[in-house]
Design a binder for this molecule. Structure first.
Ligand code: GLU
Length: 505
């Protein structure tokens, strides 16, 4: 069986959405895709919806949803419908819609496009082992697809836990149109019988996403390219329900300068980092607008008549993006999330501010009352004149602190050991909840495991964070400085040491 699909006719009012999952810090990619959806909607008189996809309870982080709202608002994006503002197709938080997904799973069970699977974790594991041994790609082996209605009824009567799986046709292929790439075909042999409903009654991303996009009348799904391989499953689901397909636009992924997929190993990816480090939201939004390549570069004529240099063609406001952004221009080559460029752009925006606006920007961020008020108690007992305030707190206000080896290298340790331990500190802190007790405990555990004394352990971190061996209390300083900036400081320290070590070779 081969399913060819046609896209929605253009007559429906345009509705687009972003659907972030609250699994941690708000990602720059969410703002990038958010911006494109926003532009797409506003250019077409449509609606922009924010939906929270929080059905993966193992990755759920409670504070994350609010952080997503705040970060999107910070860059200047607003949405017409969402969990916080409501709207006609709510609720917009998937955890509040579980009944809807269960009803929809029942529809698929009834029309035989899905089936109940009673396989236990152990059974799945041993099937996987068999496949591995036979060098077959890991996928569900279809065992429960072949159960008779009587067997299913008996399992249900015995209250056996089960999931619901999509019944992917065994032969043929699914083709869908990507508005940026043209037709894309997936052979069904490469599409797994995806779990749609988990044994805890929660839907997986695929079911919830398709059901909601349909019920929320989404006409255009504009999302990152990493979802392309999920799209055949989604298309099969639309067909199974007998629903009209939205149009799919898969945007090129943001890349590091070395072209690898953007990751926090190489660049800060949290919008919180950029806000707290004093990037201006307009600069950030402009930078993200450059990523898809949808803004036309100025013509020769404009360059001459407006005395532009080529770089200035890269500077534009949200209003200009709404006017000129062209989805047909989007280039699929991976856009590079180049921090050097972002910094340059931010500098341009800083220089455009009036002195009053510049002062206000400082007072909103790096010199805000809240920040200074959090720092003050850390040094009150340590200074004799107020004039010494800056002596002990400089590291809170600088972007880069790189102490020389004499400051950070413990007497009895080698360069390599110490840098390796700092990398462990980074990994440990990445995983830590950001409160003094958690940070202290996990660092001490690390020290014990690696046989680093508490003193050496904390002193190294203190040196990296503050640039000095004397500082306000370490845990409190980390808290006030914030997780994303603290981690960034550690990362930059490690990068610098790596470069230095390479130079010495
Ligand atoms: N919840 C998915 C995410 O976290 C949404 C992907 C999509 O837009 O379909 O990105």
């Amino acid at each position: 069986m081969t399913s060819e699909t046609t896209s929605a006719p253009d007559s429906r009012p345009i509705r687009v959405r972003i659907a972030p999952s609250p699994t941690g810090d708000p990602h720059v990619g969410t703002a990038y895709i958010g911006l494109l959806n926003y532009i797409f909607a506003k250019q077409r008189g449509g609606q922009f919806v924010l939906r929270i996809e929080d059905t993966d309870r193992t990755r759920f982080v409670a504070s994350s949803e609010q952080m997503i709202f705040d970060a999107l608002k910070w860059v200047g994006l607003t949405w017409d419908e969402g969990p916080d503002v409501g709207g006609p197709y709510g609720p917009y938080r998937q955890s509040e819609r579980t009944g809807i997904y269960r009803e929809h799973a029942d529809i698929l069970l009834a029309n035989n496009t899905a089936y109940r699977c009673f396989c236990t974790a152990e059974e799945l594991e041993s099937a996987r082992e068999r496949q591995k041994a036979a060098r077959q790609p890991p996928r569900y082996d279809g065992h429960c697809r072949r159960l008779t209605p009587e067997q299913v009824a008996a399992n249900l009567a015995a209250n056996k836990p089960h999931v619901v799986r999509l019944s992917v046709p065994l032969e043929g292929s699914t083709t869908f149109r990507d508005e940026l790439r043209g037709d894309i075909t997936f052979d069904h042999t490469n599409v797994d019988d995806q779990v749609l409903l988990k044994s805890d009654g929660y839907p997986t991303y695929h079911l919830a996403n398709v059901v909601d996009d349909h019920l929320m009348r989404i006409t255009d799904v504009i999302r990152a390219e990493e979802w392309i391989s999920s799209t055949p499953k989604h298309v099969l689901l639309y067909n199974a329900f007998g629903w009209e397909l939205p149009k799919f636009w898969h945007m090129p992924l943001l890349r590091n300068v070395d072209k690898s997929k953007i990751s926090k190993r190489k660049n800060p990816v949290s919008l919180v980092y950029y806000r707290e480090s004093g990037y201006l939201p307009e600069a950030m939004l402009n930078f993200l607008g450059l990523m898809g390549g949808g803004m036309a570069q100025p013509t020769e004529e404009e360059i001459v008549s407006k005395h532009l240099n080529t770089k200035e063609g890269d500077i534009f406001s949200l209003a200009e993006m709404l006017e000129k952004y062209d989805f047909k221009r989007i280039s699929l080559g991976g856009p590079v999330f180049d921090l050097v460029k972002l910094k340059w752009l931010n500098g341009e925006y800083i220089r455009k501010l009036s002195p009053d606006a510049f002062f206000a920007a400082l007072r909103h961020t790096i010199l805000s009352d809240d920040y200074i008020q959090a720092i003050a108690p850390l040094i009150q007992a340590r200074i004799d004149t107020l004039g010494q305030f800056g002596d002990m707190t400089g590291f809170f206000f600088s972007d880069n602190v790189l102490p020389p080896e004499t400051v950070w290298l413990p007497k009895k340790r080698t360069f390599e050991d110490t840098v390796a331990f700092a990398a462990e500190q980074l990994a440990t802190l990445e995983a830590a909840a950001w409160d003094a007790a958690s940070i202290e405990t996990t660092l001490k555990e690390l020290g014990e495991a690696k046989q680093w004394s508490v003193k050496e352990n904390f002193m190294l971190l203190r040196a990296i964070l503050t640039g000095s061996t004397t500082s306000p209390p370490l845990m409190e300083s980390l808290i006030v400085f914030g997780k994303s900036r603290s981690l960034d400081r550690l990362r930059r320290f490690l990068e610098t040491q790596k470069k230095l070590a390479n130079q010495r070779k």
